[in-house]
Design a protein around this ligand. Structure first.
Ligand code: C2E
Ligand code: MG
Ligand code: MG
Ligand code: MG
Length: 280
């Protein structure tokens, strides 16, 4: 909207709102066709050991290059896919594709590396979620431990009891689970005890000021200690600078993810990154 434009401000604001609503609609329509048209693909961002910088796994991140709209970021389209339900088919495609990537890793002797996928609340509450994951693993011919599922705190709020049951079922199958964006929502350390997750991903928000803000550093330190006391490992998300990396090391985070280590990459480049980093 045009700022400080006197009496025109409201007019421009209204137009902007209309534009956003129109674009939302185009995105929602486009999402229905995106799989058929081969417009979706995954990028893979390596996670590493903060000391040796060895790759320990990858996070699969969804990308959409729409014929009509151009590239649309997941931050923009995932919430709309949740709204119109297309997240079900799209999410199923993501899980299948990530499992096939894990299969290709295994074919290169890298079956110890995990591949994480993000799962949104609406996927988790779906009746068929657990069988769907089991089937994707079976079809790709991978070990369950090669797949990791990332959920956020929001996913749990929707339907806590049901979600915990499903997470337990996934754990029983041998699938890894992590809690994503920890600290950005209604984080409660008390319910963490009841969650069958094995990894906590500390939100980028907390890593951002870790070098400049002593309170923030203490906070991250205490999250890490608390998580590790409960037997969880901790990932620091969004580590961008050398000094953040040093703080993250000091805090004894188990793993790092962020531009300082590597950006999300197409599969070919992810494989190259892997062969170029020594100790994997
Ligand atoms: P997320 O799961 O927390 O993923 C991490 C996000 O941080 C990714 O953004 C990644 O590109 C970005 N990132 C990683 N390191 C850095 C860094 O050092 N600096 C900065 N500035 N950013 C960094 P991306 O790919 O745009 O994805 C955004 C969110 O969209 C994800 O956050 C996740 O919540 C959601 N998402 C992505 N793919 C999927 C998917 O397949 N399914 C679902 N349900 N959600 C997805
Ligand atoms: Mg994630
Ligand atoms: Mg995250
Ligand atoms: Mg995030």
């Amino acid at each position: 909207a045009a700022k400080g434009n006197g009496k025109n401000t409201w007019h421009f604001y209204e137009t902007d709102l209309q534009k956003t609503a129109d674009e939302d609609m185009l995105i929602k329509q486009g999402l229905r066709e995106a799989i058929k048209r081969n417009e979706l693909y995954l990028h893979y961002q390596p996670l590493g050991n903060p000391h040796t910088l060895a790759v320990v796994g990858f996070e699969a991140l969804l990308r959409w290059n729409s014929a009509e709209l151009g590239p649309v970021s997941p931050g923009r389209f995932i919430p709309l896919a949740e709204e119109n339900g297309t997240i079900q088919t799209i999410g199923e495609w993501v899980i299948g594709e990530a499992c096939r990537f894990a299969r290709r890793l295994a074919d290169r002797g890298k079956s110890h590396l995990r591949v994480a996928v993000n799962v949104s609340p609406r996927q988790l509450v779906a009746e068929n979620f657990v069988p769907l994951v089991r089937e994707a693993i079976r079809t790709a011919g991978i070990k369950p431990g090669q797949l990791e599922i990332e959920i956020t705190e929001n996913a749990l709020i929707v339907s806590m009891e049901d979600s915990i049951q499903k997470l337990k079922a996934l754990r029983t199958l041998g699938i890894r689970l992590s809690l994503d964006d920890f600290g950005s929502g209604y984080c409660s350390l008390t319910y963490l005890k009841n969650l069958p997750v094995e990894t906590l991903k500390i939100d980028k928000l907390f890593i951002d000021d870790i070098e400049s803000d002593a309170d923030q550093l203490r906070f991250v330190n205490s999250i890490v200690s608390m998580a590790q006391l409960q037997g969880l490992s901790v990932v620091a998300e969004g580590v961008e600078t050398e000094s953040q990396l040093n703080k993250v090391r000091q805090c004894q985070c188990n793993f790092i993810q962020g531009y300082i280590f590597c950006r999300p990459l197409p599969e070919t480049d992810a494989m190259l990154f892997l062969s170029n980093t020594g100790a994997n």
